[in-house]
Design a protein around this ligand. Structure first.
Ligand code: PEP
Ligand code: MN
Length: 288
């Protein structure tokens, strides 16, 4: 690796780009994450019911999303909040995949749930609060499914890559890194989107990098503009919360888009695709 960060990310050789090593493209069916196309993953924060998931799946698919998100196991800040439907939620996601052809990404919270989640999910999501759960990282390293690894709420990029390395050391290099905002002194947004994480990770690592503007912003008004910034910075994909009636959502409604807002956001991203390619060219130049 030769870059302005030479040395900073040393000893993470499985997930950093070594001279001559190819970029990792994570394949899910015919979807390529880390390839030429921007891959959008969208859906509700939590699986609430079959009709909620089906309606959302159809709407996000029509707007151009390729992957359906939805939590069946929810890490909630308050123990009094909705905790998710568990296996029943996974069954609903599977049915939505059969009905729409969308692939499924869903969170796994503990090593004991890895086998059951891997039965239903196409991509295993490791949430921000679990980024340092090493028993879970080991278990998803052996599960045979791609992993979407979210940056911890107070994690540095080196720490994110250390967790990716832990997954890779267990035999799984199909890892998608996700910048979802970090905790700073700013309180006007739920988290602070670290947009520089995109070019840094794209330069020092061989893994695809996506952005979750929903948990970064915490407010639906900001989601489209943060998505445009992410695409212009070279992100390989987006993870966006969408709900049929955000005001009635059982979790994260305040940052969820409705179907029309998501459709408009997807339409308005198009002019940013050329900037995304330009960002990739510059990153390749820096990495030389
Ligand atoms: C989520 O994707 O709904 C979620 C809980 O995200 P994070 O782990 O980034 O907070
Ligand atoms: Mn959420």
């Amino acid at each position: 690796m030769s870059s302005p960060w030479n040395g900073h990310f040393s000893s993470l050789e499985l997930v950093t780009s070594l001279a001559g090593s190819a970029r990792r493209v994570v394949r899910v069916g015919d979807i390529e994450i880390g390839g030429d196309e921007l891959v959008v993953m969208a859906g509700p924060c939590a699986v609430e019911s079959e009709s909620q998931v089906f309606e959302t799946a159809k709407a996000v698919s029509r707007a151009g999303a390729r992957i359906l998100r939805g939590g069946a196991y929810k890490p909630r800040s308050s123990p009094y909040s909705f905790q998710g439907l568990g296996v029943e939620g996974l069954r609903i996601l599977r049915k939505a995949r059969e009905a729409t052809g969308l692939a499924i990404v869903t969170e796994v919270m503990g090593p004991e749930d890895v086998d059951v989640v891997a039965e239903y999910a196409d991509i295993m999501q490791i949430g921000a609060r679990s980024m340092e759960n090493y028993a879970l990282l080991e278990a998803v390293g052996r599960c045979g499914r791609p992993v979407l690894l979210k940056r911890g709420i107070t994690a540095t990029l080196r720490e994110l890559l250390q967790s990716a390395q832990a997954i890779a050391m267990n035999g799984n290099l199909d890892i998608i890194l996700c910048e979802r905002g970090i905790r700073t002194f700013e309180t006007a947004t739920r988290n602070t989107l670290d947009i520089a994480a995109v070019p840094v990770l794209k330069t020092v690592s061989c893994l695809p990098v996506i952005v979750d503007p929903s948990h970064a912003a915490g407010l639906r008004l900001l989601v489209p503009v943060l998505s445009r910034a992410a695409v212009a910075a070279g992100a390989d994909g987006l993870l966006v919360e969408v709900h049929p009636s955000p005001d009635k959502a059982l979790s994260d409604g305040i940052q969820s888009l409705n179907f029309e807002q998501f459709r408009v956001m997807m339409r308005d991203l198009r002019p940013y695709m050329a900037m995304r390619e330009h960002a990739h060219e510059i990153e390749r130049e820096i990495a030389k």
